[in-house]
Design a binder for this molecule. Structure first.
Ligand SMILES: *Cc1c(COP(=O)(O)O)cnc(C)c1O
Length: 434
């Protein structure tokens, strides 16, 4: 593989072209294994960023894409429709929380978030309240890399500073404090409540990642918080956008993280695992009421329409993935993974460089006392036969649900070993964030 060409000319996520991080060449993947061009095989701990929930090269998904490609690989969605989109729409409405009835297919998670934000703003235009156009969210969130999505990412960890006034000014409350299974008290949501009380005339929607804040820090929070938030949104007439792009399709132990709290959002963003990691596809779902409001807006129509909207190949992959998911094997798999992650990562808690170890569903996190040296960590993990890619202070895994107990044990063993290495942290160890 011409890794030198890659190094000279191909941009990778969040990297420099003048001083790129090292990359490994992958030639094929199946199940939970990545095969490298130097002949090594790595156990995958990432599901390629939450997406490959059934593992790689799953026969049912490959067959669905091949069949679709031979029949209709793409056709514009303006003025035309197709079976692949219709089947997927039906499957999604069956699976997602009751009350969501309209589906917009987008091509990536960030776009699904842009779509949700535009829908919320157009909704209030249709209800004669065009002044309601701001977003309220919590610190520590991540919603994507496009401009509106960036505006609701954590302002310190995110890209607000870099792009100055081009990032819209939104409202932020502190992050939910109570952990997933910790008692919640009204104080936890007081700041958000005060913002709603004071500013609801200018707020279109609250956007939040339910239960699990993903790329913003992998923190889990109490379902009671989400229930209280739903009630406050109703009280102050503000829409609730649930961004389940990372949490959707079983990752937290429920099909959708909203189910932990038994709530339905007004808008729901899906992506990542939607196609089982086969192709890029995302969706924004909304209620009848939101769709009706948009219909009543001055534009009368929803103003968005990507070229590759509802791409048939991606829809076929997603339908095949949902069919596997609907069989329900994931439930036993995710609870087994949760138990094994808890057991396997337990030893990390005692390490001096570790400040927290946490597990929810098929997500396991070791939080370190300082920033991790990514290149060092990648090398150390690859040497142990696993693919784990830390960011910031976090060593974390969210493996494909089909991972075996032996493979998962190899993953957790490597995580604990690497967390204990001298040299894993950049510069000096900073004290716990408290
Ligand atoms: C990954 C992610 C996004 C962005 O999705 P892309 O497909 O990378 O654009 C948005 N929200 C959440 C919660 C995510 O995890």
């Amino acid at each position: 593989m011409d890794l030198e060409f890659d190094r000279q000319h191909l941009w990778h996520p969040y990297t420099s072209m003048t001083n790129p991080l090292p990359v490994l060449g992958v030639t094929s993947a199946s199940g939970c294994r990545l095969r490298l061009d130097d002949g090594r095989e790595l156990i995958d701990g990432t599901s390629s960023w939450w997406s490959a929930i059934h593992g790689y090269s799953h026969q049912a998904l490959v067959a669905a894409v091949q069949k679709q490609a031979a029949q209709l690989s793409h056709v514009m969605f303006g003025g035309l429709t197709h079976e692949a989109a219709i089947d997927l729409g039906k499957a999604l409405l069956k699976l997602t929380p009751a009350g969501l009835s309209r589906v917009f297919f987008a091509d990536s998670g960030s776009v699904a978030v842009e779509v949700a934000i535009k829908m919320a703003i157009q909704y209030w235009q249709g209800r004669g309240k065009a002044g309601k156009h701001k977003l309220l969210t919590v610190l520590g969130g991540y919603h994507g890399d496009t401009f509106a999505a960036m505006s609701v990412c954590d302002p310190n960890a995110g890209m607000h500073g870099m792009f100055g006034h081009l990032v819209a000014k939104q409202l932020f409350a502190s992050a939910p404090r109570a952990g997933f299974d910790r008692p919640f008290c009204d104080d936890d949501i007081r700041e958000l409540k005060t913002l709603l009380e004071r500013e609801h005339d200018s707020i279109a929607a609250v956007i939040i990642e339910p239960i699990l804040q993903g790329a913003g820090g992998l923190r889990f929070y109490s379902p009671d918080y989400l229930r209280a938030l739903r009630a406050l949104c109703d009280q102050y007439q503000v829409l609730l956008i649930a961004d389940e792009i990372a949490t959707g399709f079983g990752r937290t132990g429920k099909a959708f993280a909203c189910e932990h709290a038994g709530i339905t959002p007004d808008l729901l963003c899906l992506g990542k695992a939607l196609t089982g990691g086969m192709l890029s596809l995302a969706a924004t779902l909304c209620s009848d009421e939101v769709a009706a409001g948009i219909g009543d807006s001055p534009a009368g129509v929803f103003m968005h329409g990507p070229t590759f909207m509802a791409n048939p190949l991606a829809c076929a992959a997603a339908s095949a993935s949902l069919e596997l998911f609907a069989k329900g094997d994931w439930q036993a798999q995710v609870s087994r993974i949760e138990a094994e992650l808890k057991r396997g990562l337990d030893d990390a808690s005692a390490l001096p460089q570790v400040v927290d170890v946490r597990v929810l569903g098929a997500v396991g996190v070791i939080e370190m006392a300082g920033s991790i040296d990514t290149a060092f960590a990648m090398h150390a993990f690859a040497a142990r036969g696993v693919w784990v890619r830390p960011f910031g202070r976090l060593i974390y895994v969210m493996p494909p649900y089909c991972i075996s107990s032996a493979e998962l044990a190899a993953l957790t063993r490597a995580m604990v070993e690497v967390a204990a290495l001298d040299g894993i942290l950049k510069a000096e160890v900073t004290p716990s964030h408290g």
